[in-house]
Design a protein around this ligand. Structure first.
Ligand code: GAF
Length: 386
């Protein structure tokens, strides 16, 4: 599957499916989070960038209240619903992402009527690269424009997050939607998740002779269940016991005292968030001073913190990171929510083949499913593409 979205093809697939041309095609990218994991819902800092893999939706408005949705994935069955009967707890499968966004926007008073929608995505699902946020942001961007809703990018971020929280049922933060909506080519997005203030940080990997390799371990995860929610609950407990609004308010200097107030496990969860916030700030500083070649140690320290303190890594992610480092990566870490998904490695361009081969070999030797490995670079955010 080609990673690049072919807007004309998506439009043609819409026309073939529904018999008329779409009103437009909108695309929104997946993301790699360079650093700052699980800090978003603790009102802290993150530093993601959009990748050149995206979800694209072709949409045509109808003059009734029917929505018909088709995805290029699988059997291409038409899912048909009456928007007037839509309820936040009845949407299932992939259509929960586009319909969730429509439900939230209608809740906000935006008069979205019936529509036909065709989805094509090149963001692998379950790989920790925000395939769901990519769909949400493409759909939110489309209806913001089609209905002249006038929502700002930060408001669209919150639309996507509400769809994820209230419809899909995943208690996620604003990292993924912010990356998908706020990114521009060649930059990472430095975001303060408390205020939603953001700035663009130049990330010219090629000029430094570097690239970021993604290792999709093929261990899939879902944030609506299990570990993600448990980590969030631990963080909330930590903040409550420490008497702060969010763990953002705890500084490294507070950790010795926190250790005496928290049970051992909650303390390690808190320590990850506190040190990870500092690593994001440090990474932004180092990028501005010495450039990307100097951030490797921060990335690797972030992985160790997620593996040992936050306990969201898995053997496949650890093997990807360790193998890349042994093969000369400047830094490596898992990216995204964890419990599977992808690792990233910052490597010299010349080492791409050797690092990839070493990781493939290590996975085979360990008896793991073969990983998917590809290079990414900072790409533009959500936009109309046709
Ligand atoms: C997932 C969530 F959707 C984000 O909000 C964020 O918490 C991330 O995991 C971990 O940093 O991608």
């Amino acid at each position: 599957m080609s990673a690049t979205i072919d807007a004309a093809q998506v439009g043609a697939d819409f026309t073939r499916t529904f018999g008329t041309a779409p009103d437009g095609v909108w695309a929104a990218p997946g993301r790699v989070n360079l650093i700052g994991e699980h800090t978003d819902y603790n009102e802290g800092f993150v530093l993601p960038f959009a990748i050149d893999r995206a979800a694209a939706v072709a949409i045509r408005l109808r003059d009734d209240s029917t929505a018909r949705l088709v995805s290029s994935y699988g059997e291409q069955l038409v899912v048909e619903v009456d928007l007037d009967t839509l309820s936040h707890d009845t949407m299932t499968g992939w259509t929960a992402y586009p319909l969730g966004v429509v439900w939230v926007m209608r809740q906000m008073g935006i008069a979205i009527g019936g529509f036909d929608l065709y989805l094509h995505s090149t963001v692998p699902s379950g790989a920790g690269l925000s395939s769901s946020a990519a769909i949400e942001c493409a759909v939110a961007t489309a209806f913001n424009e089609l209905e002249n809703a006038g929502l700002s990018l930060n408001e669209l971020v919150l639309v996507g997050q509400r769809a994820e929280n209230e419809v899909v049922g995943a208690p996620t933060g604003i990292l993924d939607q912010s990356a998908s909506l706020l990114s521009t080519d060649g930059h990472a997005v430095f975001l303060d998740c408390r205020t939603q203030e953001s700035s663009l940080v130049p990330l010219d990997l090629a000029a430094a002779g570097l690239l970021i390799l993604v290792v999709d371990t093929k261990v899939t995860h879902a944030h609506a269940t299990g570990g993600y929610a448990a980590r969030r609950a631990s963080c909330e407990l930590g903040a409550e016991v420490l008497g702060v609004a969010a763990l953002r308010d705890i500084a490294a200097a507070d950790l010795p005292e926190a250790a005496g107030l928290l049970d051992e496990e909650t303390f390690r969860r808190v320590r990850h968030i506190v040190t990870e916030n500092q690593r994001v700030l440090d990474t932004v500083g180092v990028l501005g001073d010495a450039g990307p070649a100097a951030i490797g140690a921060l990335l690797t320290a972030s992985h160790a913190s997620m593996r040992d303190d936050f306990e969201i890594s898995c053997p496949e992610l650890d093997l990807a990171v360790d193998t890349a480092l042994a093969q000369g990566a400047l830094g490596a870490r898992m990216t995204g929510g964890g419990f599977g998904g992808s690792a990233i490695a910052l490597i010299p361009v010349a080492d791409e083949a050797a690092v990839s081969a070493a990781v493939v070999r290590a996975f085979a030797d360990a008896g793991f499913t073969a990983p998917d490995i590809f290079a990414v670079s900072p790409a533009p955010g959500a936009r109309k593409v046709s």
